[in-house]
Unconditional design. Structure first.
Length: 259
């Protein structure tokens, strides 16, 4: 995100007074804040993070059934938005940073400490986007001289061996030590990593929209904006996928090439 963009914030706390306090303090920090939702428990938080794709989450650590750390595990550290943990106990601070939290706030929250954490988060988000764009440029430079891209996959299945042309594949996702090739209504499994596969495919034909997903550009029908950093992507066969803000630079490059 840039300094002129709206920061999309989700508040998660099982105490209504705590949510109100965070909301009030956010309103004092900047006019460029969109509080996209509030959740009173961890299960609601998981659904909201996946559906709303916030840039920043204020996340209570101790909640009934599903606590803050469990929310992070459910979403996945790599897919999780930036997090500022909120807790009544400083013993959780170290674990908070181990799951890549930007910061943590102790209840009752000191206004000066809140302001420091919030503005630090805003700065980190701006730098994050810059470095991801730079990384995309460097990856493009590293692959610019490569001309021999993979054209087909060799599949071994049920005692037979056959080929699948890359043009037939609409999208690819990871499944542990395997990748899944989605070919219309069929799915083929191949033992490989998504990182290795992405390096073998022409980046002008396949775009990475999140850590676990590659999409064939020709299979894309339309994009729907979910936030300034994420999109809902509809394929020609009706499949709907959601991009991650961490791979926004890849889509920006796709839009630039297509304009």
């Amino acid at each position: 995100m840039t300094a002129s963009e709206t920061l999309r914030v989700l508040i998660v706390d099982d105490e209504p007074l705590a949510r109100r306090g965070i909301r009030n303090q956010l309103h004092q920090q900047s006019k460029s804040i969109d509080i996209v939702g509030e959740c009173s428990n961890g299960k609601e938080a998981v659904d909201a993070i996946r559906a709303l794709c916030p840039d920043l989450v204020f996340l209570d650590i101790q909640m009934p059934e599903l606590g803050g750390f469990e929310v992070v595990k459910a979403i996945g550290v790599e897919e999780m938005p930036e997090v500022i943990f909120v807790t009544a106990y400083d013993k959780y601070a170290l674990e908070a940073f181990e799951v890549h939290a930007l910061d943590y706030l102790l209840k009752p929250i000191d206004p000066e400490r809140f302001s420091h954490a919030f503005h630090r988060a805003a700065r980190e988000l701006q730098r994050d986007d810059f470095h991801k764009k730079l990384d995309a440029v460097l990856r493009q430079l590293n692959t610019s001289e490569k001309t021999q891209w993979r054209e087909r996959f060799l599949i071994k299945e049920a005692g037979r061996i056959f080929f699948v042309n890359v043009d037939e594949v609409s999208w690819i996702d990871s499944a542990g030590n395997y990748i899944r090739l989605h070919i219309g209504s069929r799915t083929r499994m191949l033992r490989a990593t998504l990182d290795a596969t992405a390096g073998e495919l022409d980046p002008h034909r396949f775009v990475r929209i999140r850590r676990s997903t590659l999409v064939n550009v020709d299979a894309i029908k339309e994009f729907h904006t979910m936030s300034k950093s994420t999109y809902r992507i509809v394929l020609h066969d009706g499949t709907e996928l959601t991009s991650s803000r961490n791979y926004r630079a890849n889509l920006d490059e796709l839009f630039r090439r297509s304009s």
